[in-house]
Design a protein around this ligand. Structure first.
Ligand code: SER
Length: 342
């Protein structure tokens, strides 16, 4: 009898850290973690197995079929928006070909196991692309189907993978005589910028939020690359993990769509500056706009409408901005950096 496990790709990334730590605390969750880089040693005790490898390596993925009964795939591996712009073709390979490899793995697993495999996929506000600031302001909290016209490679990749997921869930091999339905139970969340106390993102464009905070906590000066009035939504990492697990757990019959917005607070960069300065009055933060990265953030919505997630699977964030900073981020970051100094 093979072990029932959940597979987590991109295990070493920001969401991977949060998810593995949370799942590791839940009894009887067996985790197989996959990442290109060696896994953070703090995560190792939570995993049944860590595989250092590439999601483009089909042989590696194929070997998993023989070894594990994979009930859920959390496919977190991806290259974020700023980094993707520096190498769009590599980003496409990882973000799109990597995702189709995982979807194909899911189909094959489901055939062996005789039941559908849950495929939980984090998408992003980068899937949106608003044409100008006036439209961004008028649109306010955006619905899932509005302005799906991304201007970044990452956004294009995420939006396409959402479609791929829906295709695999509903129409895969629709003309085949021996078509097997419901192999993939695809469920997707469009996340805002995420802020974690434990990790700093690499290569994203919402990074000015977490970077401002982590720099202040370490006593390092920081130049924010967007204007003070720039507004997008953000979320504290514990809420992002809560959203993933709630969506995974929801009965399939309650889902009226497969791609859901979630949001919790929507500060301007100046609001972030103010809250960081309140906690770290000596922090040296200035605004030095990078016009190209600014244009990317300006194309993202000021906030999203997450009423479908609230109605369908009971989504509700635990952290508004005050709570996120005062009860989670600042205390956890203070203890993290003081331990490093010790
Ligand atoms: N955090 C992502 C990025 O900045 C957007 O979802 O690329």
């Amino acid at each position: 009898m093979r072990n029932e496990v959940v597979l987590i790709t991109g295990a070493n990334g920001e969401i991977g850290h949060g998810l593995i730590t949370r799942l590791g605390e839940v009894a009887n969750t067996h985790i197989v973690a996959l990442d290109l880089k060696p896994l953070d040693k703090h995560l190792l005790p939570y995993c049944d197995r860590f595989i250092q490898g590439d999601i483009l390596d089909k042989m590696l993925l194929g070997r998993l079929i023989a070894e594990y009964e994979i009930t859920t795939i959390f496919h977190l591996a991806s290259i974020l928006s700023t980094k993707s712009e520096y190498n769009p073709v590599a980003a496409h390979e990882i973000n799109v070909e990597g995702s189709i490899n995982l979807l194909r793995l899911g189909v094959e697993l489901s055939q062996w196991q005789g039941r559908s495999v849950k495929f939980i996929y984090p998408s992003s506000i980068a899937a949106y692309g608003l044409p100008d600031l006036k439209t961004k302001e008028e649109e306010g909290k955006i619905k899932e189907w509005r302005w799906c016209t991304p201007i970044t490679m990452y956004g294009c990749n995420k939006l396409y993978c959402e479609h791929l997921g829906k295709y695999y869930a509903n129409h895969y091999r629709q003309l085949a005589k021996d078509r097997i339905k419901n192999s993939i139970d695809f469920r997707c969340i469009r996340f805002p910028g995420l802020i974690s106390a434990d990790t700093i993102p690499t290569g994203g464009t919402s990074d000015y939020g977490p970077e401002m905070l982590h720099s202040a906590a370490q006593g390092e000066p920081y130049s924010c690359f967007v204007r003070p009035d720039t507004r997008i939504s953000f979320m504290a990492m514990p809420d992002a993990i809560k959203a993933l697990l709630l969506l995974e757990d929801a009965p399939r019959s309650s889902l009226t769509q497969l791609v859901y917005n979630v949001t919790s607070f929507s500060p301007t960069a100046k609001n972030l500056y103010d809250i960081v300065k309140k906690a770290y009055p000596d922090a040296e933060i200035n605004f030095k706009v990078d016009p190209s990265r600014q244009a990317i953030v300006d194309s993202w919505p000021a906030d999203t409408d997450d009423s479908a997630a609230r109605d369908d699977w009971g989504w509700e964030p635990d952290y508004d901005m005050e709570r996120a900073f005062n009860d989670y981020l600042i205390p956890a970051i203070k203890s993290r950096y003081s331990k490093k100094d010790a």
